[in-house]
Design a protein. Structure first.
Length: 353
């Protein structure tokens, strides 16, 4: 049974993020922005200018009290101790913003929007540094790679995934998921375009995962200036709206959420070893889960090209379309935070206390 954080919003919660101190920020429709304690108590709340939907929130990796929030075409920088007025605002995007990412040194802010553009803001000069414009449709996600503050990965509704170095104006590598889908269609499958909704990069910075409209989860490994697909499997019966690597683990544990109302936990370290041409063996780390929630979802498991099934290690029947997934530790216990179509935040345990 999920714990619920309530009384923080009056409409659908769209995004979540947590800082180093365990505080959680949530953004919702109508410009609502709330700060929560790690126990789920509301600390601060405000409504941003023009009451535009808060589509993404992200804390500073350097200063835990500094928060970046996107609403409409604007990015507001706020001090969570006083949310009433932004410390500063950036307005460099021409269409609605979908995603924000700050690099580890907090020198750059990437802002992805509906035009397909990724605007890079220099946070020292407070000016637009460059515009990356290779996505031909909505750019849903652009994420800086850990340990590489000048590199990022992006995805979009043009069904493409791109690797960037900010030292160059063009992508280092582009992968079109549409080509793979075309091959599946020729084999007699119904066409379901792999529009890419979400992307997450692991702590090491070399492994990342994508979730797409066709219900598939794809795992890639970055090698030099390109990336290679390591795994692809059917994770959800409907579109995968969220993917999230758990931090600071030797193994690669990935949480996914879908439009089918399910939240799934995958160990892509062990399953990657079963796939074709593994680049290297990833260390495994045991993770303890409550017996009541540890089960295999046979409906979600799909055989790969090599005939090896990939099944989730944990299945949560959330029941609502997932808007956002985040992770937090509460008194040493790991928790998944889930935002959905409701005004509350659901909290699920993924390890025993």
């Amino acid at each position: 049974m999920a714990e619920r954080w309530t009384n923080g919003h009056s409409s659908s919660v769209l995004c979540l993020n947590e800082n180093k101190d365990g505080l959680v920020a949530s953004g919702a429709e109508g410009g609502e922005l709330t700060i929560w304690s790690e126990g789920g108590s509301r600390i601060e709340q405000t409504r941003l200018q023009k009451a535009e939907d808060v589509t993404c929130v992200i804390f500073s990796p350097i200063c835990p009290r500094r928060l970046y929030a996107s609403h409409g075409e604007t990015v507001s920088v706020l001090d969570i101790r006083y949310l009433k007025e932004p410390v500063e605002s950036f307005h460099v995007n021409e269409e609605e913003i979908n995603y924000l990412s700050v690099n580890e040194t907090e020198s750059l802010l990437a802002v992805a929007d509906d035009s397909g553009a990724i605007k890079i803001i220099d946070l020292e000069s407070k000016k637009l540094s460059r515009c990356l414009s290779r996505h031909s449709n909505i750019c849903t996600c652009a994420v800086f790679r850990p340990r590489r503050p000048q590199c990022l990965v992006s995805c979009g509704l043009d069904m493409k995934v791109m690797l960037w170095s900010l030292q160059k104006t063009r992508p280092l590598w582009i992968k079109s998921l549409q080509q793979e889908e075309a091959e599946d269609q020729s084999a007699g499958q119904l066409f379901n375009p792999p529009l890419v909704h979400s992307l997450s990069v692991s702590t090491c910075g070399n492994i990342f995962g994508c979730g797409s409209e066709d219900g598939k989860i794809r795992i890639f490994q970055i090698i030099g200036t390109k990336f290679e697909q390591q795994m692809a499997f059917k994770g959800h019966s409907l579109g995968v709206s969220q993917v999230c690597f758990l931090p600071e683990t030797e193994a690669y544990w990935l949480v996914t959420g879908g439009n089918d109302g399910k939240v799934l936990l995958w160990n892509v370290s062990s399953d990657r070893g079963k796939q074709k041409n593994p680049v290297k063996t990833i260390h495994r780390q045991k993770i303890r889960m409550p017996r009541s929630t540890k089960k295999v979802d046979k409906m979600n498991a799909e055989f790969t090209n090599e005939g090896v099934p990939v099944s989730p290690k944990l299945t949560i029947e959330h029941g609502e379309k997932v808007n956002w997934i985040s992770y937090v530790e509460i008194k040493g216990s790991r928790r998944i935070l889930v935002a959905d179509q409701t005004s509350s935040i659901s909290v699920y345990p993924i390890t025993e206390p």
